[in-house]
Design a protein around this ligand. Sequence first.
Ligand code: ATP
Length: 236
Amino acid sequence: MKMLEIMDLHVHYGGIHALKGISMKVEDGQIISLIGANGAGKSTTLRTICGLKEASRGSIKYNGRELTKLDTSEIVRMGITMVPEGRRVFSNLTVYENLLAGAYLRKDKEQIKKDIEYVFDLFPRLRERTNQRAGTLSGGEQQMLAIGRALMSRPKLLLFDEPSLGLAPVIVKEVFQMIKKIHSEGVTIFLVEQNAYEALKLADYAYVLETGRIVLEGTGKELLEDERVRKAYLGG
Ligand code: ATP
């Protein structure tokens, strides 16, 4: 079933035309990857889905409902959450407080506690650091916390903005394994990455964005084998 459908989406920053009419589909239960170089418009795509950036034209439908005029909090309530680029955890809050912050739209206290336990089961290292300030965690731990915090809103569709950025290779592996695990528990994934190889390996379907336009799309496998993708994004 179609979960998210982006149609002819245009976005501007003043005079900059950042998205020039992109169209994409996400089916329920898939992992979709969006790859592209710096400045191609990947973050803008995610920010527009979440209601953090306004569309100048086009539509984004989630389970048939138009998102482009809704507030971020309404969009989160509907089941869409983003793990932002650069982690952006609250440095001065503890691990526990960061997780609680991710549940800010929920009132079911008992269930929230259970969900924190669930996140701690996924990321045992976070449990060990429950009362530690997030700013003192390593980059990898902060990424785990950012993911855990996003899970606290119980998303049906989770958007990742460059989760591997700035992390050591072994941690990058862990992060991608975690994305797979979360997906296997029923969450649909929309992954934005510059690490094209990992992103395509994981993807059921993928899109290539260049200066605001989708220039190529196909299954992850098709794109991994595509000559143009190999040359431009996989180092030949
Ligand atoms: P990156 O990997 O660097 O985040 P990206 O593919 O996510 O790249 P975007 O950040 O979406 O690209 O940027 C797309 C275009 O929009 C670029 O030309 C960028 O300079 C411009 N842009 C992004 N944010 C702003 C902003 N707040 N103000 C003005 N221009 C912006």
